[in-house]
Design a protein around this ligand. Structure first.
Ligand code: FE
Length: 344
């Protein structure tokens, strides 16, 4: 956007998530979407790095011929196979789709932080794979080679088509709906559904006191991801407010259909991770868990529940609610919430 000397000052009332008229994307103040600033600051206070978490016990368990059985090893590898590429897919979309078309500087500030967090997550998976001496080629290629991971990745990546095109622009009814669809898919489905059976697997290990270093990595990731999901929900609801004409009944049904399709892809994936069930979690339990969270994601954007089932893994809500985990922060090497660490 060219700069005009002594142009009239920014009118914050004309600021929009997308298609902001009279918006200067360089000028943070005045701020309209204050929730984004809150998310930016909260994320900074949650800062962490994978290398702060000790992997020693996991290394011993992974090397030991008896600490883990064949099902547990297979489940752990498959979950990492999904994770290692999923956050890179999320990061690309933030930079190539969200960031390019968002016209609110405060929303862009959080997106920069979110993109960095996706990089930290990919780093965490790399760190686990490297620490345990796992087969990197096998794990990092699973999104192309394991059917159920491929199917999820292929579904998500199809929503990059068109929108990654350099000539894509918001500002028409069709392109704005396409942009909103992309946000619904990445926040509600990728971050809100596709991560969750893998999270459940990792907390299954944690509950058995197995692979606890890896589980702790994933616990930090899950805290970040629940912020990403919540932020995405705020954005979707704000775009609905700013451009209500986009949220047609056809479009609502389309989003419901996508969520239902995604739930099916996700529990098919869970079946592949646990062909025989593990830690008291079986294929039926996963199906019900995925349907339960799919209904919750729909509710957050004002769409009706499709499955109406109870949560079969109530302990997952406890794992998500990290503020109740008394010992969680005690394992940390660095505490970013405390200021004044730098001396000059
Ligand atoms: Fe994310």
């Amino acid at each position: 956007m060219p700069i005009t000397k002594n142009a009239p000052r920014v009118d914050v009332n004309k600021r929009r998530i997308i298609n902001g008229a009279d918006t200067d994307v360089v000028q943070l103040y005045p701020m309209k979407h204050k929730f984004a600033w809150h998310y930016y600051n909260t994320s900074n206070a949650n800062h962490w790095l994978p290398t702060e978490i000790s992997m020693q016990l996991d290394i011993e368990e992974w090397k030991s011929p008896t600490a883990l059985n064949a099902e547990e090893r297979q489940a752990f590898e498959t979950v990492l196979g999904f994770f290692t590429t999923a956050d890179s897919i999320a990061a690309n979309n933030i930079v190539m789709a969200f960031y390019r078309h968002v016209t609110s500087p405060e929303v862009r500030m959080y997106l920069l932080r979110q993109a960095y967090e996706e990089a930290i997550h990919t780093h965490a998976y790399q760190y686990i794979v490297e620490s345990l001496g796992m087969d990197q080629g096998k794990i990092f290629n699973m999104y192309r080679e394991a059917d159920s991971i491929y199917n999820k990745a292929e579904f998500i990546l199809s929503f990059n088509e068109g929108i990654f095109n350099p000539s894509f622009k918001t500002g028409t009814f069709e392109s704005d709906q396409k942009f909103l669809e992309n946000w619904c898919v990445f926040s509600l489905i990728l971050e809100g559904i596709f991560f969750y059976s893998s999270f459940a697997v990792m907390f299954g290990f944690q509950r058995q006191h197995k692979l606890t270093g890896s589980a702790e990595q994933i616990q930090y990731i899950m805290r970040d991801e629940s912020m990403h999901l919540n932020f995405g929900v705020e954005i979707i609801n704000e775009i609905k407010k700013e451009q209500p004409e986009l949220w047609t009944s056809d479009f609502q049904q389309h989003i419901i259909d996508l969520v239902k399709k995604a739930a099916k892809l996700e529990y098919t994936y869970a079946q592949e991770v646990f062909p025989k069930g593990i830690f008291g979690m079986n294929a039926d339990g996963f199906k019900q868990y995925i349907e339960h969270i799919a209904d919750r994601r729909l509710a957050r954007v004002g769409l009706p529940a499709q499955f109406g089932v109870q949560n079969p893994f109530p302990w997952m809500s406890e794992a998500i609610d990290l503020s109740k985990e008394k010992n969680f922060f005690e394992t940390r090497v660095t505490e970013y919430q405390v200021g004044g660490q730098l001396s000059w």
